[in-house]
Design a protein around this ligand. Sequence first.
Ligand code: NAD
Length: 467
Amino acid sequence: MTTRMNRLAAQKLVESQRAYFASGVTKTYAWRRQQLGALERLLTERSADIEAALRADLHKHPTESQITEIGFVLAELRLIRRKLKRWMRGTRARVPLALLPASARTVPQPLGVVLVIGPWNYPIQLILAPLVGALAAGNTAVIKPSELAPASSAILAELIPAYLDPQAVAVAEGNADVAGWLLDQKWDHIFYTGGSRVATIVAEKAARHLTPTTLELGGKSPVFVDGTGNMRSVARRIVWAKFINAGQTCVAPDYVLVTPDAQDRLQTALVAAIRELYGDDPQQSADYGRLISTDHFLRLTSMLRLGTVVSGGRKEVGSRYLEPTILADVLPTSSVMTEEIFGPVLPVVSVPDADAAIAFINERDKPLALYVMSARRSVRRSFLQRTSSGALDMNVGVAHMSVPGIPFGGVGASGMGAYHGRRSFYTFSHERAVFSKPLSPDTLRLIYPPYTAKKSRFATTLLRRLS
Ligand code: NAD
């Protein structure tokens, strides 16, 4: 169902989904599997329309759309469909001897009616990947795509009702007002991806109903380079991770910390890698994206004044084009080093060594991702042991997102909660504890009052030993 939203419509939508959830339809394995299959068909049958929408919103190349949006969700879907039956069974737990005979297990249950709010940068993936988790776990869902990626929002609004159970999944298109009306309702879970300013609003509104939230946020993800290893390959990996989607990726390398001896070599290699991936004039490259809005263009181009442009910097406001840009000589206090950049500007900052890089990172908010490029195991281990971040990638950037076996999410300012693969299923499930004991023999009598000396002895010695 696609809904024209206002406050009353938001209320009615949640009421109707709640009634549908109460009917029990969405809890069955058959329904969940069928919905996941339908979503898979949506993505394969209408893949060209989705690619066109992403091209219109962000100038994404169809191959990039396949890798980072359509194919990404398909991989999640296939994994979850394969494992769903097993996950739905839950797990058994060991019962302490003192409580035997008995059995203990966890049974995952759907949470109920969930709200998914998405951003504009991966407007398909970041709505549909959480939706996969919500449906796999047996919930109903209202999804609110970003109004800043209008073509992607429109294609979701067209396709979702055509493929998925319209009583269980609704698309609410619109701006912050629409999000606000939705957030005023009582949900069983809110899954929000976006910036921290709006996340505060989401968390405040959720708190009124004590609704649990997953907050997938952003921040500044650093890269450390110490000059060991193959610099060409280091530079290529940084350039790919940074400039994919024109830098508008939550886990894009935000800035590079490099040791002084390696800075010139790195900068030269970065410039060469940009040319290798996007040609002499990236504006002519079919593979290079565009910024989402004029406001975003103006914010990013104003950052170019905050350092020395090593390469790039060419721009065109009409097409929202900003060339992949390397910036040196930036002050740690300038906005390019205090705000999330979220675009194709890469500051390179010199630090004396790995210890100084770790100190620099630890003085700031915990990042969503941290990248260490070093051939030295001891350096990589230092980052593992002495820093905290949503994810840590060694000698690669961004790619951890595509490993469904590891959770994706932030820590501290970069978010709370996680998803992908198995974790998506559990994010949208309540793991209910189920404990069962036969009525006889009534061994629990041994711990009921009155507390005789014999029972006290039992509690202090035997029970401790048996637990
Ligand atoms: P945003 O916070 O501006 O918008 C996200 C969603 O919130 C949109 O659907 C929007 O309509 C809604 N919204 C906007 N104002 C609102 C309000 N006042 N009340 C309620 N809802 C409101 O984020 P964005 O600009 O679309 O995305 C950029 C941010 O998202 C960056 O910080 C980026 O790092 C982060 N991000 C994080 C991840 C992740 O997985 N962790 C992924 C992509 C983007």
